[in-house]
Write a protein that binds this ligand. Structure first.
Ligand code: ADP
Length: 493
């Protein structure tokens, strides 16, 4: 039930109750008054007749006295007066209308008024005025008056009260219902609509309610709240944009640092095809080759040039600042390429790299460049953690995993890329700081402290997380979990 309807019904019910109670007590009071008046009148009449009847009885006998009473009945129509003996119920003419057992006080000489229902169904008020005319028998004047008029009066009062109640109810209903709808129902409905709108995130269109009542105050407070919410949302949006911009810059810086590290690997990668191109070019220049050999050398030069172009493009792609570009990617290819680019960097530090997990379907939707950046950071860290050289094992596997606390995502299938080394390991104290930006234990110029924090951000944006296990002096294992199925990510082709 709507609030306005409840208020209106409550009000109308209150009116009905008040009128009902007032009507009931009014009728009751008036009935009592009417009865008291009747009783009083009967007593006055009875007392006035008592002397006359007693004198007549003594002077002229009972018959004359009864005749006097009979004459009085001709004058009086509303009250019927009779002579009754209070010791007999058998003599129908002279026995009282009220049963004798109720007439004790009258027998003792007290004036008494009693109500009794007669055979015709009407109720009567009988008043007994005792008169001592016979020493042996108690006698009295009985004055009877019908109460039917009173009953009729009560009925009329009841009906008029009910009619009045109906009219008042209708009148107040006609007045209160539209007022309730206008003053409470509609404003509340608009308030509810506005609240729903706010719940859906729409903070525009302030609610203007006329008047100065509490509902209008709530609406005004709601408008102020919406304005403040909109302002703070705008602020949060601006801060988020600024944070993203800073993060992007940091990522770019880290990417350039990684490019620098990869340069030596690139030199090695480019060296071989360049040597081939140079040797084949020299052979052609000598002019001793047959036509077929020239064609063959030309094809080799072309193939090697394409390889060089591809390598250079890869490096440029990697170094270029780009928005995440998620497409189905085979993570094994990404791992192979990264290992290839880092081979000469590893060799110089007497580190051997291996890749396990050949037979696994490691396809997921990801930005290959970003994942390569993550992997490069992890492998470079692993190599740097082994100053005396050692082994870095990169492994790919699929795992049914549940994201750790604080990470979004749900339990399910994940592709796990792990990088294990036999290096110095990480102390418990440093473990807590690993992913903090600018945390580094490396010498100035060697470490920026950005690699892991950026890797953490990239993997998180892919819906995954990084797990670290490490034992000081035994080595460390960094595992990157990426979801097999990517929810809510825009597939780009
Ligand atoms: P940076 O390599 O520039 O120092 P990172 O964020 O990549 O920055 O690494 C932060 C720190 O984490 C490193 O300085 C190092 O102390 C520690 N760390 C990272 N990877 C390893 C690892 N494989 N073994 C030991 N320590 C590591």
């Amino acid at each position: 039930m709507k609030l306005a309807a409840k208020l209106v019904s409550g009000l109308l019910l209150g009116i009905v109750l008040l009128l009902g109670v007032d009507g009931y007590f009014s009728i009751q009071r008036e009935t009592e008054l009417y009865e008291t008046n009747m009783e009083h009148d009967a007593l006055l009449l009875g007392r006035a007749m008592r002397g006359l009847v007693a004198d007549s009885w003594r002077a002229d006998g009972g018959v004359r006295a009864k005749q006097l009473i009979e004459d009085a009945n001709h004058e009086e129509h509303e009250v019927h007066i009779r002579w009754v003996w209070l010791d007999t119920s058998s003599d129908s003419d002279l026995s009282p209308q009220v049963p004798l057992e109720k007439l004790g006080p009258a027998v003792r000489g007290e004036e008494t008024s009693l109500k009794a229902r007669e055979q015709d169904g009407d109720e009567y008020l009988h008043t007994y005025i005792p008169i001592a005319v016979d020493e042996k028998r108690p006698g009295a004047l009985e004055l009877s008056e019908s109460l039917s008029e009173l009953a009729q009066y009560s009925r009329h009062s009841l009906i008029s009260t009910l009619v009045l109640m109906g009219v008042l109810l209708l009148g107040s209903g006609l007045l209160v219902v539209p007022l309730g709808i206008r003053l409470v129902g509609r404003p509340l409905h608009r308030l509810v609509e506005k609240t729903r709108q706010v719940g859906k995130g729409d903070l525009s269109r302030p609610l203007h309610l006329r008047g100065h009542d509490e509902i209008a105050e709530v609406a005004a407070a709601l408008n102020v709240m919406c304005e403040q919410l909109a302002e703070s949302q705008e602020q949060i949006r601006a801060e988020a944009t600024a944070r993203i911009a800073v993060l992007e810059q940091l990522r770019h810086a880290d990417r350039l640092k990684t490019v620098g590290r990869l340069a030596s690997g690139m030199a090695h990668e480019l060296g071989t095809p360049l040597n081939v191109v140079s040797a084949r070019g020299a052979l052609i220049a000598e002019g001793t080759l047959s036509d077929a050999e020239i064609v063959e050398s030309g094809n080799i030069i072309k193939a090697q040039s394409e390889r060089i172009t591809a390598i250079v493009r890869q490096l440029l792609d990697f170094a270029r600042r780009s928005v995440p570009h998620r497409v189905p990617v085979d993570l094994r290819q990404v791992a192979e390429q990264t290992i290839r680019l880092l081979t000469s960097f590893a060799k110089k530090r007497k580190v051997k790299m291996s890749l396990a997990g050949d037979d696994i379907d490691a396809t997921t939707e990801a930005d290959a460049g970003q994942i390569q950046q993550v992997l490069t950071n992890l492998i470079v860290n692993a190599i740097q953690a082994m100053p005396e050289g050692g082994k870095v094992e990169v492994a790919i596997r699929r795992e049914h995993a549940c994201p750790p606390e604080g990470h979004d995502g749900s339990e399910g299938e994940y592709v796990c890329l792990s990088v294990r080394d036999e290096g110095v390991g990480i102390s418990e104290e440093n473990m807590r700081l690993l992913f903090e930006p600018f945390f580094t234990t490396k010498d100035i110029g060697k470490g920026t402290g950005l690699g892991l924090s950026i890797a953490y951000g990239i993997v998180g944006e892919h819906g995954g997380w990084i797990d670290v296990a490490s034992e000081p002096e035994e080595g460390s294992c960094f595992s990157v979990y990426l979801p097999q199925e990517v929810d809510g990510c825009t597939k780009e082709s």
